[in-house]
Design a protein around this ligand. Structure first.
Ligand SMILES: Cc1cc2nc3c(=O)[nH]c(=O)nc-3n(C[C@H](O)[C@H](O)[C@H](O)COP(=O)(O)O)c2cc1C
Length: 185
């Protein structure tokens, strides 16, 4: 009888300790924009390891599926400092501590929908950790553009990935998350 009671008490204690540890973990949002799918694939891999919630930024009017037309549209938006209207919105942004923010390098900076996203939410006091898929230009000016739009957020160490990434991507993601203080699940 006594043994059973002790076992039950121990089980309850362990469960409580586990709940306590989980509630102390920072709440993570993996958020991304992707036209061609490269950033989406990277975001999914990051989400698998980091946990938290996964969210795709989508525009009401998508960019063209034709690559050259999209290049023109993106350049037009960058020059006009445009803020395309977004179709998707995050519920209760206040609950998140860390925003893992993914985007493709567009004309050496962030795509305009990322600027729309950063202007929609006040991320003051949160940590933004950027990840950028590119075709050779790495981050371009994108990290400066993010810092300018969210001056009171902390910017973590960013990750640049060539297109969809190579065979080392899973290990690169795990090491990068660890350098940012996020332990893979
Ligand atoms: C409109 C547009 C502009 C781009 N500008 C650049 C650039 O300036 N530098 C660069 O390295 N890659 C550039 N790229 C290539 C993309 O960053 C690259 O293909 C990326 O993997 C696309 O990600 P996604 O599949 O998630 O859309 C551009 C692509 C597009 C569509």
């Amino acid at each position: 009888m006594m043994k059973k009671f002790l076992l039950l008490a121990l089980t309850l204690f362990c469960m409580e300790a586990q709940i306590e540890a989980q509630s102390q973990r920072p709440k993570i949002l993996v958020v991304y924009s992707s036209r061609g799918g490269n950033t989406r694939g990277i975001a999914r891999q990051i989400h698998e390891r980091a946990g938290g919630d996964l969210f795709e930024i989508e525009c009401i009017t998508p960019y063209s599926r034709n690559y050259n037309t999209c290049l023109d549209e993106a350049l037009r938006d960058q020059r006009a400092n445009a803020r395309p209207a977004l179709k998707t919105h995050v519920n209760n942004m206040a609950q998140y501590d860390i925003i893992l923010l993914g985007y493709p390098n567009w004309w050496a900076s962030i795509p305009a929908p990322i600027a729309s996203f950063l202007e929609e939410y006040d991320l003051s006091g949160k940590t933004i950790i950027p990840f950028c898929s590119h075709g050779g230009g790495r981050f371009g000016q994108s990290l400066m553009a993010i810092a300018k739009l969210e001056p009171r957020a902390k910017i973590g160490e960013a990750l640049s990935v060539s297109y969809s990434g190579g065979s080392s991507l899973p290990n690169d993601i795990t090491a990068w998350l660890r350098r940012n203080g996020i332990t893979a699940q």
